[in-house]
Design a protein around this ligand. Structure first.
Ligand code: NAP
Length: 527
């Protein structure tokens, strides 16, 4: 390749891509970022449905690479809402002079490996050549629409939560349906209920929802956060989960029943993911421990929902707590006490078809003005396998991954030189930006290493890819997540059933990164 247009081409202006662009520029590479959306933010650009907010604490999810940035951005709430997050990411882009290196509205349609670089095609037909291609395209970027008969025939507006129009959706006084009760659906439902004339929730499976317990960040807390920056950064950069929450040291049946109930009450009233990280050590893994916690949640639901039949429908019967990624909610259960809200149990009365005017279940047709699809994503591999990536000898990434993703450290695949994908499959199993940031730091170091040794290409050895992939697959059973969760790809019909996170967790990632560095990048080939 003659001199490429840029040395580093980053794809995707989400939290990971923005950080990668910053790190590449800081390391002295010429770099460009292309983004399909009309603005930056990635997940936090597309998922602008009412109620979309962090469920990791704002300051634990945000960037930690700059003390000044941490000090000057005062998050308003412990769990920030989407508009504030989008503003923050735009602030970062301007604060670190990144905007001139970002091209929005540029959907990538193909990426082909040449002798020593990538040629990337954008939807408008233009091409960009780069030495390195870093696809920070995210795990939640391809919305999933179930193949329901007649879906396209509905004449009124219908929207997926992950493609929410910037202008908003008018639900005031309308008959609205929400299909899906995962984290997106349960955030959206209480807010739509306040405006809609009628809201019908179509639930296939109930989820173990617990309160987010959000609150504004007080001036005192802001001051404490600023003063604690180094300590907070140290914990977040080294802890196994990437959260600030302190792990508990007791198991469920170490405590008496009274002590346990008091502890459960504290958990119920605790913020977000502390209900996983700071819970009894065995609650996610010991069925008996899990069952008593689930019983506690079920009693809470029965206490919060007036209609006993509706309450029972909202209590999961098909999975234990943390077998799926648990959602955190604000006023979710209480919403079902409103006279304008009804809950359809799709297991009892499945959808038969979508018609021009509404949704027909086995019980009959409900006329609707708006349908909201909160039906999730083609998680993990969805974006990367749709990008037309062609590696050495024309190898298609979607072929290489036909039986599930194969990676080393969740950053590279064999046969795809100079391609990296931080924050993709086999990446995080905790607070995403922390793990994805680890990968960005590793990739940046690797690029610097390539440059320092006078090479132009870096490609993972197939043996290293096998080793990491075997580790992921063989440890998958140790995770609390069950095969009914999208973490195994089973929400998408026909998708291979493979674990899509790093089942070794962050400690394993750190250990392997240290090994790569100690062995002078032996897991990679250079030319
Ligand atoms: P999701 O968790 O995959 O939930 C999808 C929902 O759609 C489920 O209730 C599912 O039911 C339902 N569904 C799928 N196919 C269906 C069909 N054919 N008929 C009826 N219902 C169907 O997706 P999500 O809610 O968008 O959340 C995905 C992930 O994004 C979350 O787990 C979380 O990691 C992330 N997220 C994070 C936040 C946050 O941090 N604040 C907010 C939103 C999302 P079944 O359960 O029966 O499959």
């Amino acid at each position: 390749m003659s001199a490429p247009d840029v040395e580093v081409l980053v794809v995707g202006a989400g939290i990971t891509g923005i950080y990668q662009l910053h790190r590449a520029l800081e390391a002295g590479f010429s770099a460009l970022l292309v983004e399909a959306g009309d603005g930056v933010g990635g997940t936090w650009f597309w998922n602008r449905y009412p109620g979309a907010r962090f469920d990791s604490e704002s300051y634990t999810y945000a960037y930690l690479f700059s003390r000044e940035l941490f000090e000057e951005w005062e998050w308003q709430e412990h769990f920030a809402e989407q508009p504030e997050i989008e503003r923050y990411l735009n602030h970062v882009v301007d604060r670190f002079d990144l905007r001139g290196h970002i091209r929005c509205g540029a959907q990538l349609t193909g990426a082909v490996w040449g002798d020593d670089g990538w040629t990337v095609t954008v939807a408008d037909g233009s091409q960009i050549t780069s030495r390195f291609l870093i696809a920070a395209t995210g795990v939640f970027s391809v919305p999933y629409f179930p193949d329901v008969p007649g879906r396209e025939s509905f004449r009124n507006p219908s929207h997926h939560t992950a493609r929410w129009p910037a202008a908003g959706v008018d639900v005031a006084g309308k008959r609205v349906a929400v299909i899906g009760t995962g984290s997106s659906g349960v955030q959206l439902i209480p807010l739509v209920a306040e405006e809609a004339a009628e809201l019908t929730v179509y639930q296939r499976s109930a989820n173990w929802c617990t309160p987010l317990n959000n609150a504004p960040i007080t001036a005192d807390e802001q001051a404490r956060l600023r003063a604690d920056f180094e300590r907070i950064r140290e914990i977040l950069n080294t802890s196994a989960s990437g959260f600030l929450h302190t792990p508990h040291d007791r198991a469920t049946f170490d405590d008496s029943e009274d002590e346990r109930l008091a502890f459960f009450e504290r958990m119920w009233n605790s913020p977000g993911f502390s209900k996983l990280i700071s819970h009894y050590t065995d609650v996610m893994f010991d069925p008996a421990a899990n069952a008593v916690w689930c019983d506690f949640i079920a009693e809470k639901v029965r206490g919060l929902v007036d209609d006993p039949e509706v309450a029972e429908r909202l209590i999961p019967t098909d999975h234990r707590f943390a077998e799926k990624r648990p959602p955190f909610v604000t006023d979710y259960y209480e919403t079902y006490n409103r006279p304008n809200v009804s809950l359809v149990d799709l297991k009892a009365t499945p959808i038969v078809r979508i018609t021009e005017t509404g949704i027909e279940t086995s019980e009959g047709l409900r006329e609707l003005d708006v349908i909201v699809w909160a039906t999730g994503f083609d998680f993990g591999t969805g974006a990367l396998t749709r990008m037309g990536i062609r590696g050495r000898n024309g190898l298609a990434l979607e072929e290489h991954w036909a039986d599930g993703p194969k990676t080393f450290l969740g950053v590279q695949a064999a046969g795809f030189p100079n391609l990296f994908f931080p924050g993709g499959p086999h990446a995080a199993a905790g607070n995403n930006p922390r793990y994805n940031g680890d990968q960005v730091d590793f990739i940046t170091d690797a690029l610097v290493h390539v440059r320092a040794r006078g090479s132009t290409t870096i490609e993972v050895d197939p043996e290293a890819e096998d080793r990491w992939t075997d580790m992921v697959d063989s440890n998958a059973g140790l995770s609390s997540f069950g095969e009914s969760s999208y973490y195994f790809g089973t929400n998408i019909p026909g998708k291979p059933r493979k674990f899509l996170l790093n089942s070794g967790g962050r400690p394993k990632l750190f250990k392997e990164i240290a090994r790569v560095k100690a062995t002078d990048y032996q897991a990679f080939r250079f030319s």
